[in-house]
Write a protein that binds this ligand. Structure first.
Ligand code: FUL
Length: 531
């Protein structure tokens, strides 16, 4: 009997242990290529402010000749804290300054040239714009980036390969060692016709930059960390991969179609950055006015809403401050984003899925993870499925016209094609939008619909799709005249008369024409396309 009891007891030990300890299923393998740690940080920044400032601000030019006397640089009221405050208040978490533009004038006292703030009357020749910005940015917790133009129209040794590359690296080293943490180094391939021939030693520059600032991403036409999207309108292609072949890209010889869309079979992770100016020019000109907040919102959908970073240029004026009219537009733009995106109208939904990795008991990959902010929690399907569907039961009818989707990009960019269906009052499912590529964030606009049940369907994916966020929103500022992936620009909603009035108040004649035309088209399209 004793033996028997002991035997049963021993048998029960392993059984009890296996039943009570649940072994979680490990995450699926990442699908290469995947982002580096600085690239992940960069992508989550989403909005950066570009500051074009220098002698051009005072000479009313865009491409300075490099012959303007340094005494022209004399901002009477320069306040870098104002620049940072404007950025922060409008939701931009990084600023990138033209430390040196094509004219060669340095906004910091470089030891390698006299063509700099040293030769100007500003702060008695003892000023340093980069230093003032670095201090202000650090104080307010905003990131700092620098633009150091390779093309230098002032420097004598420009055209002599070794000498100029040494000079450029000398200046780069000053910028990367004197001012604390630098988050992004920005360089372009621009150069005027008929200018001196010059070979840049890019590999040498890039290795040095990474050595001196391991947390910085390098922007150029060809990466290595972020690529130019290929135009200066602030928008990418509607299909936008972070995958890219660096070997297929040439700095100064961008193929806009390739850069705008990326490459699903690319071997490198090089996401796109969309640069655009709030004004017609990159530098401040007294005669120019900022774009409307609604235009910026449209740009936002076509850049940050298509897996890119939006780099919006807001040039300080000749007194050294960001102008009031630009601040006003940035505020309206921030208010619009806040009003649209701070509420996920699906936040109380019951979420289920066609399958769950590790089975329904594995909360790690549960479908309801898609309602949690951020990319690090996600829904994962069981392996080898033919359908990938997430169902959202909203419990009550909701009106919305924007879909937001995010992928956990640290696991690679996977989704190739997807669509969103809603259950209509007549009991039929209808597709309201479809798209290609998701990436860090995808925003899709479509005419307003009302429903209480949705299904998000992944139609094609490079590997098992992983979804970290699903949101539905109501944008009462824009009106879309078709469905999303290739939709034309959203138009002004006629309900928005107060805001339109504000835009009229500050607009130039051209803006007035633009706004009036949009309102008329909006009215007609609303009559034709209302769902
Ligand atoms: C271009 C430059 O030529 C423009 O002046 C501006 O700086 C723009 C952001 O990049 O390459």
């Amino acid at each position: 009997m004793l033996f028997f009891n002991l035997f049963t007891f021993l048998l029960s030990i392993p059984t009890t242990t296996t039943q009570s300890v649940h072994t979680p299923k490990p995450p699926p393998l990442p699908v290469l290529p995947i982002p580096s740690s600085p690239q992940l940080t960069w992508q989550q920044t989403e909005l950066s402010l570009f500051l074009h400032f220098g002698p051009n601000t005072f000479t009313d030019t865009e491409w300075g000749t490099g012959r303007a006397h340094p005494s022209i640089f004399n901002p009477t009221n320069l306040d870098a804290r104002q620049w940072v405050r404007v950025a922060k208040d409008s939701g931009f978490s990084k600023l990138i300054l033209t430390a040196k533009h094509h004219d060669g004038f340095c906004l910091w006292p470089s030891e390698y040239t006299n063509y700099s703030v040293k030769g100007s009357p500003w702060r008695g020749g003892a000023g340093d714009v980069v230093a003032e910005l670095a201090v202000a940015a650090r104080e307010m917790g905003v990131g700092l980036g620098i633009y150091l133009s390779p093309w230098d129209r002032h420097e004598e040794c420009y055209g002599k390969s070794v000498e100029y590359n040494e000079f450029y690296i000398g200046q780069m080293t000053e910028l990367l060692t004197r001012y604390g943490e630098i988050k992004e180094v920005w360089l372009d391939g621009a150069k005027g016709e008929g200018e001196k021939d010059m070979k840049y030693f890019f590999d040498c520059w890039f290795n040095l930059i990474h050595q001196l600032q391991p947390g910085a991403v390098i922007f150029s036409d060809a990466g290595p960390d972020t690529r130019w999207v290929g135009d200066e309108t602030g928008s990418s292609s509607s299909t936008c991969w972070s995958l890219f072949n660096r070997s297929a890209a040439v700095i100064g010889g961008t193929d806009s179609e390739y850069s705008g869309g990326g490459d699903p079979s690319g071997l490198d992770w090089v996401p796109a950055e969309c640069d655009v100016s709030i004004r017609p020019g990159w530098f401040w000109h007294a005669s120019q006015r900022p774009k409307s907040a609604l235009t910026l919102l449209d740009i936002y959908y076509k850049s940050a809403g298509r897996n890119c970073l939006l780099l919006l240029n807001v040039p300080p004026n000749s007194s050294g401050l960001i102008s009031d009219e630009d601040i006003q537009v940035l505020k309206e733009f921030a208010d619009m984003r806040q009003s649209i995106f701070s509420h996920n109208l699906a936040r109380n939904a019951t979420v289920t899925a066609s399958s769950i990795r590790g089975g329904v008991s594995d909360a790690q990959y549960s479908a309801c993870n898609v309602l949690e902010e951020g990319i690090y929690t996600y829904w994962a399907p069981e392996e080898n499925q033919v359908n990938w569907v997430i169902y959202l039961d909203l419990r009550a009818s909701v009106s919305f016209n924007v879909l937001q989707v995010q992928e956990p990009i640290h696991m690679g960019q996977r989704v190739v094609k997807f669509h969103l269906d809603v259950l209509m009052k007549n009991g039929n499912w209808t597709t309201v939008t479809n798209g290609t590529t998701v990436g860090y964030r995808r925003l899709l606009q479509f005419p307003e619909v009302e429903s209480h049940s949705l299904r998000f369907v992944v139609d094609q994916s490079r590997a098992d799709p992983l979804i970290s966020y699903l949101g539905i929103h109501l944008d009462s500022f824009s009106v879309v005249n078709g469905s999303s992936n290739s939709c034309s620009a959203p138009l002004v909603n006629s309900k928005l008369q107060t805001r339109v009035y504000n835009q009229f108040r500050n607009a130039s004649v051209w803006n007035l024409f633009e706004i009036a035309t949009k309102n008329i088209i909006s009215y007609i399209s609303k009559q034709l396309f209302e769902v």
